[in-house]
Write a new protein. Structure first.
Length: 255
């Protein structure tokens, strides 16, 4: 009797058939619910513009320069960071650092005498490159402006009309576009445009501002940071080479 019970328990039971819905002229089949498909985000395109910018500095910079570097890295999702470079190293070493970091553009801050700040913008390793004296630096945390933008969003770039009138300014405009514009469909970028970088020429200097775009009333609210670039020289190579342009209005801060 015990063996019979075990056999009966082990035997599989026949499955019950599901009740079929009655079909006929009197029964109306219910329509299937509509499926709503969510459209894919804008950022699902192909990333073609592989611009990568290395942002770092030499040793001896102050806290304001360090915060300015951090602000630029926050506003530029296609940027990379590196350790500070020793003062004894030649500037040509930066080309090798960019190659190791897989970067083809560079923003390098060079501090001298712990008070003068210089900025290099370079297209590595072929060139050209430009050297500026950085003045009137104000960081994001220092200004506490009411403007705000999404982290990783892409900016618009607005240039003064003077950039199209002088050949050296036209060269700088192309360098600014390639360095500061976030590539479309970049993995770390957001598919939104909610702020604008402005480059204004006044008093023989380039003034940088960052504004939030308010869509409701088509106005601008400043976010920060802000700084002024005083052009010194434009070189044919990367961090050196023949001089393409020298600013006659530049005066050294140590004179």
């Amino acid at each position: 009797a015990a063996t019979k019970r075990k056999r009966d328990a082990a035997a599989p039971r026949p499955k019950k058939r599901a009740k079929e819905a009655p079909s006929g002229p009197g029964t109306d089949a219910k329509p299937a619910p509509e499926e709503y498909s969510i459209p894919p985000p804008v950022s699902q395109g192909k990333w073609k513009n592989k611009e990568r910018v290395l942002i770092f500095s030499s040793r001896g910079i102050n806290f304001r320069t360090r915060h300015l570097m951090q602000d630029l890295r926050t506003l530029m999702p296609h940027s990379k960071a590196d350790t500070k470079m020793d003062r004894k190293d030649q500037l040509f070493v930066i080309n090798e650092v960019c190659e190791m970091k897989n970067c083809n553009k560079c923003i390098f801050f060079e501090a001298k005498k712990k008070q003068d700040l210089y900025m290099w913008l370079s297209n590595t390793p072929q060139g050209p490159s430009a050297k500026f004296l950085v003045q009137n630096v104000h960081t994001l945390a220092e200004m506490k402006m009411t403007g705000n933008c999404l982290r990783g969003s892409r900016p618009l770039l607005s240039f003064d009309p003077t950039f199209d009138k002088e050949p050296h300014y036209a060269l700088l405009k192309e360098l600014f576009i390639q360095i500061f514009s976030t590539p479309q469909y970049h993995p770390k970028s957001q598919p939104f445009v909610d702020h604008v970088f402005t480059f204004i020429i006044a008093d023989e200097r380039i003034w940088f501002r960052n504004y939030q775009i308010i869509e409701e009333d088509a106005s601008l609210v400043e976010i920060g940071p802000r700084f002024v670039l005083n052009l010194i020289k434009i070189f044919q190579g990367s961090f050196g080479g023949p001089t393409l342009y020298e600013n006659p209005h530049y005066r050294s801060p140590n004179m």
